[in-house]
Design a protein around this ligand. Structure first.
Ligand code: CTP
Length: 133
């Protein structure tokens, strides 16, 4: 069985997230979505205005039919080592140092790394702004 893993915050689920899950699932048989822990996000980016807490985001992501398993993560480059997967699917925007280290580790461990396209015109940041009006 080919297992895919993808990482993200997934606050206020939107069409871009669902399309990401669909495309990721099409790469294999079993999709694991790693949702970033709210306390960890706020510790490093205290100005982030999260709408949903960690458990709510886990619940919503897990309700999507393309998703087989949801896990919570803090640091992508540490936590990826503890997940059993074959393909690391990531967004083109996931380029910061932690993701670079996670890609390097995956390649060294013989995993496949796939960059999936991002859906234009929608993001959680946009939805947070919209909600203010
Ligand atoms: N993503 C996507 N299309 C979008 C938005 C996000 O494919 N329009 C993907 C990202 O590339 C990433 C995953 O969804 O692989 C998680 O992204 P996340 O940061 O949680 O979502 P955003 O909506 O981009 O949130 P933010 O505006 O806070 O960055």
């Amino acid at each position: 069985m080919k297992k895919i893993v993808t990482f993200g915050v997934f606050d206020m689920l939107h069409i871009g997230h669902i399309l990401l899950f669909k495309r990721a699932k099409e790469l294999g048989d079993y999709l694991i979505v790693a949702v970033q822990d709210s306390d960890f996000i706020l510790k490093y980016k205290p100005d982030t205005r999260m709408v949903y807490n960690t458990q709510e985001r886990v619940f919503m992501v897990g309700a999507i039919k393309y998703v087989d398993e949801v896990v919570v993560y803090k640091d992508v480059d540490d936590d990826i080592r503890n997940i059993d997967f074959d393909v690391f699917a990531k967004g083109p925007d996931q380029v910061h140092a932690g993701f670079q280290r996670a890609v390097a580790w995956s390649e060294q461990a013989g995993k496949e790394v796939v960059v999936l396209p991002r859906t234009e015109g929608i993001s959680s940041t946009m939805l947070r702004e919209y909600k203010k009006h």
